[in-house]
Design a protein around this ligand. Sequence first.
Ligand code: NAD
Length: 516
Amino acid sequence: MFVPILRRAPRTLLSTSSALLRVHNHKVAAPALSRFLSTHITNLACEDHEPGFLGSVETYFDRAAKISGVSEKSLAGIKAVDSVLSVKFPVEIDEDNHVIIDGYRAQHSRHRLPTKGGIRFSDEVDLQEVEALASLMTFKCAVVDVPFGGAKGGVKLNPKNFTPSQLERITRRYTMELCQKNFIGPGIDVPAPDVGTGPREMSWIMDTYRQFNPQDVNAAGCVTGKPVSQGGVRGRTEATGLGVYYGIREFLQFPEVQKMTGLNGRIAGKTVIVQGFGNVGYWAAKFFHNNGAKIIGIGEHDVAAYNRNGIDIEAIFKYRAKKGSFRGYGNIEIIEEPITVMERECDILIPAALERQIGLKNVKKIKAKVIGEAANGPITPDAHDYLVSQGKVVIPDLLLNAGGVTVSYFEWLKNLSHVRFGRMSRKWEEAGKSKLLTLVEENAGRQLTPQERRAVIHGAEEHELVYSGLEDTMISACEETRTTAFAKNTDFRTAALVNAIQKISTVTTQSGQMFL
Ligand code: NAD
C-alpha cells in the first residue's frame, strides 16, 4: 500500500510548488558501486559481498575493456554516465492526499543521438539502477547496430498500489519534468516500456510531450512502444521475447555450443524454464512453445508453476490474468519459493524478471545447459564465471534482449517517415511478382492454384517486415559475438561487450567527439 506522506496542501501551494530538481551534466566517472542494494529476493540469490547491478555492469565492462584494444582515454569516456536527472514531484492522489514521487532519467552516452531506453515503474528503482540500465542500453544498441546512445528512466513506485487515473497523473507529471529539463524528444532522448510500464504509459508520455511541443511534427517519435493506433509499429509488443527466441535458436545452431552442451540444434523438444511472466517472459515462452519446445516451469513474484510434461502458455497466461496467480490452475505443481524453479532440470533457462536473480548463493544449483538472459543483469559476475567454468552457455542480456530496442528503432523510423512500412511498395511488389509468375506458368505449361499463387505473390505486411528485420539483426549480432568470442578466446558476454566498446570508440574518435 502506498503511504500518503503529505497532507493535501492548499490548492495555490499545490499548483505552484515546483519539483525539486537535480540535473548534472557531468562527464565524470560513475559513482562508486553500491554493494548492499539487495532486496529480499536477491538476498536468496546473492551474497552480501557481490556487487550491485551498477557494479556488475562496471565489472563486465572493465573485463572487456582490457582486451578491446581501445585507448584508456576512450575507455574512460565510454564508461562514464553522461547526464542524470533526479526529480521529486507531488501528485494528487485524492481530494485529501498527495504523494511525493521520485523520478530519474540517466543518459549514459550521447555519442549517437537520440539516446534511447525504457522507463521502469518499480519501488526498487534508484539512481544507481537507472545508471546501470542506461549503460547497458548504450552497449546493447552498439551490439545490434542501432544508431542510438543509451538511456534509462525510472519512477519509484509500485504500480499495483495506484489506480489507472493516478498512474496517468504520475506518468504525465514525470513527462512534464522530462520536457522541462530537455530530457525527451525525437532527436534528444526517446523512452520505451520496461518493467511496470507498457503501451498505455507510452501513449500518455507522447500525448504530454505533444502538449508541450505542439509545433513538433515528429512528436510521435518522442517515445516508442506505443499502441499501433498512436503511431506504434506492429510487432513491438512481442519484439523482446521474439528476439530472445531468435537469439537462443541461433546459438543452438553453433557447433561449439552443441559440443559444450550436448544439445542438438533444434528448438523442438527442448525443455525450457522461464522466470518472470510479464511482457518479455510471456512472449519468449510463447515463441518457444509455438516452435515445439516444452515450457516446464514459469516463475513469478509470488509462486512458480511447474509441470515436467509442459505447460500450455496461452491457457496459463489467461488464467493468471484473470485470477492474479498461478494458484488453482490445473495440472501444475505450485512452488512456494518461486526463485527455486530456476534450479530444476531443463535444457534452457530464461531469466526474464529482474536483475541479480542468480548469484553465488544459488548458482551451483542451476542445472540448465543454456542460460539466456532475457532480463537485464540477472546474473552476478561471480555467478557468471561459475556457470562458464561449468561449460554452460550464457547468452548475455546486451545481445539477447536487444530485440526490443531494435524494433523501437523501426518504430522511430516509421514515426519520422510518417508512413506505415510497406504502404508504398506492397502492391507494386505483388504486381511485379504476379507478372513474373504468369511468364513462368506459360513456360512451364502449368497453372498454379489460387492458394499457391497467393502464397508466392503475397507482399509483406508491416509486422512481417518488422519480424524479418529483427531476425536478420539478431542473426548478425549473434554471429559477430561468436566470431569475437573465438578470436579473443573469451566468453560470449565479454565478446559482445568488446564489439560494443570498439564500435562506440570508432564513432567517438572518428567524429572528433573526443577532442577534450
Ligand atoms: P514486466 O513488468 O512486463 O514483467 C516482469 C514480470 O516479472 C512481472 O510479471 C513480475 O510480476 C515478474 N517478477 C517480478 N519480480 C519477480 C521475481 N522475483 N520472480 C519472478 N518474477 C518476478 O517487465 P518486462 O518488460 O517483461 O521486463 C522484464 C525484464 O526484461 C527486465 O529486466 C527488463 O529490464 C528487461 N527488458 C525488457 C524489455 C522490454 O521491451 N519490455 C526490453 C529489454 C529488456
